[in-house]
Ligand binder design. Structure first.
Ligand SMILES: C[S@@+](CC[C@H](N)C(=O)[O-])C[C@H]1O[C@@H](n2cnc3c(N)ncnc32)[C@H](O)[C@@H]1O
Length: 342
C-alpha cells in the first residue's frame, strides 16, 4: 500500500506552509466577502490550497514543475483515484537494469545510478500512458507530482538542486505515494505557467496574493532538476551541477530589476485587495541573500493603489551557512485597493 502525501510535504525554498494559517486569518478577517484568490507566484501551491475549499483559486508560477504540481492538486478536472493507486503500485515495484536519459545524465549525483534508472523509466512510462490516452491531463500531472515528491524525499542535497553532496547519502529508496485529494475544489479553478507581469493584465480576482522571490537565488537554478523531469525534453546539461539551459525561466525578481518589475506588476493588478509577503533579510554577509526590493519602495508602490496595513511574523531564516543565527522577519502587507477598475 503506497500511502498518501499532502501538498505541504515538499522541501521548497520560501514556501509558506508554516505561515499559511497566519496569512489565512488575516485575509479572512480583512476580506470577508472575497470569492476569488489569485496566487500570482504560487510555488508549491500551499497558500492557494488553504483558500481552495472556500474560494475559486487561480495559480501561476514561471516554473513548469510547479505548474504541473499546482494542476495536480488544484485543477477541477475529474480523475480516477483507483487508476492512480494501481499505477503508483506498479511504478514502485519496477526493478530495472537499462540505462536511460536520467541515469546517463544524473547517475550517482543527486541520486544513485539505480534510482536514476527508476526515475527515468517511470517518467517515460507516464509519457507513454498519456500518448496512448490511458491517462488524462490531470492523471498525468498527479503521477508527475507523485514522482517529484518521492524524489524530493531522498535527494542527496540540502533541499535544493544548486549542488549535490559529494560524499552524501544516495541510498534512499524511491517510493511514490498518492497525492491526497483536496475536497470541494471550485469548477472555476485555473492554473497558469507564465510570467506574473504578463498574466496580471488579464486576470480579475478579489485577492491577488504576491509572494515573489526576494533575493538573488534563482528558483530556476535551485530546481533545474525537477524542472527537467517535469518537462521531459531531455536537454543537454552543463557543469558539475548538471543544469540545463534556463535562460527563458529566470526571474527579474531575483535581480536589480526587481523593484521596477514589482512596480509594473502592482500597477496592472485588477483586484480588490493585494496581499504581499516579503522578507526583510537585513544586510547579510552573502550579498546574494539580501532583499531586492526596499521597504520604502514596497510602501511607495502599494500606497499608489490604496491604504496599506503591515503585519509581521518572525521566524528563523533559511541560511546557506554564514548567517545561521540571523532572525528573519516575514512581513505581510495588505493593500485595500481604492478603485479597482472593471
Ligand atoms: C517565494 S516562492 C513562492 C512560494 C509559495 N508561496 C509557496 O508557499 O510554496 C516564489 C515563486 O515565484 C516564482 N517566480 C519567480 N519569478 C516569477 C515570475 N516572474 N512569474 C511567475 N512566477 C515567478 C518562482 O518560481 C517561485 O516558485
Amino acid at each position: 500500500m503506497p500511502g498518501y502525501i499532502d501538498i505541504h510535504q515538499r522541501r521548497y525554498l520560501g514556501n509558506k506552509a508554516k505561515l499559511v494559517n497566519k496569512i489565512k486569518k488575516i485575509i479572512d478577517c480583512a476580506c470577508p466577502n472575497a470569492k476569488t484568490f489569485f496566487d500570482v507566484f504560487s510555488g508549491t501551491g500551499v497558500v492557494a490550497a488553504a483558500f481552495a475549499p472556500s474560494m475559486t483559486v487561480i495559480t501561476n508560477d514561471i516554473l513548469y514543475a510547479n505548474y504541473v504540481s499546482n494542476f495536480a492538486w488544484l485543477s477541477p478536472q475529474s480523475y480516477s483515484q483507483s487508476k492512480i493507486k494501481h499505477l503508483i503500485d506498479k511504478f514502485n515495484s519496477f526493478e530495472l537494469e537499462e540505462e536511460n536519459y536520467m541515469s546517463r545524465t544524473f547517475g550517482d549525483t543527486y541520486f544513485s545510478r539505480k534510482t536514476c534508472k527508476k526515475i527515468g523509466f517511470i517518467r517515460e512510462q507516464i509519457e507513454y500512458l498519456c500518448s496512448r490516452k490511458l491517462v488524462n491531463r490531470k492523471e498525468k500531472a498527479i503521477l508527475i507530482t507523485a514522482l517529484i515528491y518521492a524524489m524530493d524525499r531522498i535527494a542527496n542535497t540540502v533541499g535544493h538542486y544548486d549542488a549535490y553532496r559529494k560524499n552524501g547519502n544516495r541510498n534512499g529508496e524511491l517510493f511514490l505515494k498518492i497525492p491526497r485529494k483536496i475536497k470541494g475544489l471550485s469548477r472555476k479553478n485555473k492554473c497558469y505557467c507564465t510570467d506574473s507581469n504578463r498574466l496580471v493584465h488579464r486576470i480579475k480576482a478579489d485577492i491577488a496574493f504576491l509572494d515573489p522571490p526576494y533575493n538573488s537565488r534563482q528558483y530556476a537554478d535551485n530546481y533545474h532538476l525537477l524542472e527537467n523531469v517535469a518537462r521531459w525534453n531531455k536537454p543537454e546539461v552543463y557543469g558539475i551541477a548538471r543544469k540545463m539551459d534556463r535562460s527563458n525561466i529566470k526571474s527579474k525578481y531575483n535581480t536589480k530589476k526587481a523593484t521596477k518589475a514589482f512596480e509594473d506588476l502592482v500597477k496592472n493588478i485588477h483586484a480588490h485587495y493585494i496581499v504581499l509577503t516579503y522578507n526583510n533579510t537585513g544586510n547579510k554577509a552573502h550579498e546574494r541573500s539580501n532583499a531586492k526590493i526596499s521597504d520604502e519602495d514596497i510602501m511607495r508602490v502599494l500606497n499608489k493603489k490604496g491604504e496599506v496595513l503591515v503585519y509581521s511574523h518572525s521566524h528563523r531564516a533559511f541560511s546557506a551557512g554564514l548567517s545561521q543565527n540571523d532572525e528573519n522577519v516575514e512581513r505581510i502587507f495588505l493593500c485595500k485597493v481604492a478603485d479597482r477598475d472593471g
